[in-house]
Design a protein around this ligand. Structure first.
Ligand code: PLP
Ligand code: ZN
Length: 481
């Protein structure tokens, strides 16, 4: 037993998981002793686990909290706002709501500035003040600060004069997942884990294996057994143990939750999820910075679990909160899914705030989550921001990939095809106006899903003579190509 300073606040928590902070009552139940009034060694918790009549149930365990991470207050339940210490936890004991990081924004506002960010590294770590880990010991393979390009050609085809593409497909392991894993791996080391793990639709497995290699950790990644070769090889090269599960992602995830209860491993998207999800904020922060400290009017984002969409908006919101930007955030958030797995889009369009799980059957395997953990938060974010949701017909996924490659020279995977075709659909529907500042998030690389575009390959195969070359060339012109 001992006590520690968590950010600037004293925090104590009981072995029954109730949390107390300074003299302030966190729970809404009565009879809370203040730290001053409680003998820390003999301290008694007045809260029973899960809502019975208040009684003395357990002695306090008071531990050291967030240590060096100055701006983190703790974890907070997104539903009931109960607070928890900084630990590898992801679910509220009381209401089963997801936990997320709570920050001392006033303290952040005192140190953060556009200049401080500009002076930082050209990676996600330039936003370290808004991340829940100690950046000095970052597991860093240089994720982030990817290109934001003005898409004149694609814009012309779609009827948009102010379209930008955030090309996150060129991260070190070739998807935006490097952002989330860099944060989660750093925290996993802080917590003393030696094994990094995940339930993945493909890209996450690559990012986990890559960061574990860099950190000198063991990695065990779980994937559905029917993933594209590029994803499996793209993970295997870093030397993880790959567990290929005969089942859907949702079944993989269920299995991993069970394993996480029994093995002391850092599952980046399960017990490390509050820390992991914060990495996605950097996509929002980065886009606003790259736009010259402006928010886009529209953001089109691929959705699987819904964390990415939710956190991009959280990033925008925090920029206002800490004084980097003027509020309110004007950005409308749009979810893009493929029709073969569109539970978030379907719920939003039906006006429901709960997501009905589906069994995925989609070419966009990276987005094939039938029971999305952050689905309801993605829906809330769309509603709050005045956005919308769009499900792309399956045959338009590849069309979107080809359109992007042919107009802008970017080879994206199926998730990017979903985004481009959803953008097209949203423009046709009149949701996005010609002059409005729009960013489409391209989050994964086409080299990982090559099999879906094999039909683009038709080389002129010739012997090495001028004659054969010219004959082939004439054949091309005759065919009008
Ligand atoms: C390339 C790509 N884009 C987007 C997503 C969606 O992310 P989220 O699960 O946070 O909604 C994923 C998820 O795996 C992905 O692999
Ligand atoms: Zn709760």
């Amino acid at each position: 037993m001992g006590f520690g300073v968590l950010g600037v606040k004293l925090l104590a928590y009981c072995s029954c998981s109730n949390t107390f902070q300074e003299d302030k009552r966190i729970s809404d139940r009565p009879m809370v002793p203040s730290l001053e009034r409680v003998d820390i060694r003999q301290g008694l918790c007045y809260y029973p686990r899960r809502g019975a009549v208040p009684e003395v149930v357990a002695p306090f365990l008071i531990q050291r909290g967030a240590d060096k991470v100055a701006f983190v207050i703790g974890l907070r339940c997104r539903e009931c706002a109960r607070e928890y210490p900084v630990e590898p936890l992801n679910v509220c004991d009381f209401c089963f709501g997801p936990l997320e990081i709570s920050y001392d924004y006033k303290a952040i506002a005192r140190v953060i500035s556009r200049q401080r960010i500009a002076d930082g590294p050209l990676t996600i770590w330039r936003y370290q003040d808004l991340l829940p880990v100690d950046a000095e010991n970052a597991v860093d393979i240089q994720a982030g600060f990817t290109p934001l390009i003005k898409a004149k050609n694609l814009g012309k085809v779609l009827g948009l004069d102010n379209l930008y593409l955030k090309n996150d497909s060129v991260n070190p392991s070739f998807s935006f997942k490097d952002r989330v894993v860099s944060v989660a791996a750093t925290k996993a080391l802080e917590f003393g884990f030696d094994t990094l793990s995940c339930a993945s639709t493909g890209n996450l497995a690559c990012a986990v294996a890559a960061h574990a290699a860099r950190a000198g950790m063991r990695s065990v990644v779980f994937i559905p057994s029917d993933l594209e070769a590029g994803k499996v090889i793209g993970a295997a090269i870093y030397g993880p143990t790959i567990v290929a599960v005969k089942g859907s992602y949702d079944e993989v995830n269920r299995l991993c939750s069970e394993i996480a209860d029994n093995y002391h491993w850092a599952f980046v998207n399960i017990n490390m999820r509050p820390f992991y999800a914060e990495g996605s904020k950097t996509l929002g922060l980065e886009v606003a910075e790259q736009l010259g400290w402006r928010f886009p009017e529209h953001a089109v984002v691929p959705v699987a679990s819904g964390a990415l969409l939710t956190k991009i908006w959280k990033g925008f919101d925090e920029m206002v909160e800490v004084g980097l930007m003027e509020g309110p955030v004007p950005t409308r958030m749009y979810a893009a899914q493929a029709r073969g797995c569109s539970p978030v889009v379907d719920a939003f369009n039906a006006g429901e705030d709960m997501v009905k799980p589906v069994r995925p059957n989609s070419i966009a395997k990276s987005l094939a989550i039938g029971n999305p953990a952050d689905g309801i938060y993605a829906i809330r974010t769309m509603s709050r921001s005045g956005g919308a949701a769009y499900a792309v017909p399956e045959d338009e996924v590849v069309e979107g990939m080809k359109l992007l490659a042919e107009t802008e020279g970017i080879f994206t995977e199926t998730a990017g095809g979903v985004v481009v075709s959803a953008l097209k659909g949203l423009v046709e529907r009149g949701a996005i106006g010609r002059d409005e500042l729009t960013v489409a998030f391209i989050t994964g690389n086409g080299l990982k899903t090559q099999e879906v575009v094999e039909d683009v390959v038709h080389p002129l195969t010739i012997r090495p003579t001028m004659e054969e070359f010219e004959e082939a060339l004439h054949g091309l012109s005759a065919a009008g190509r």
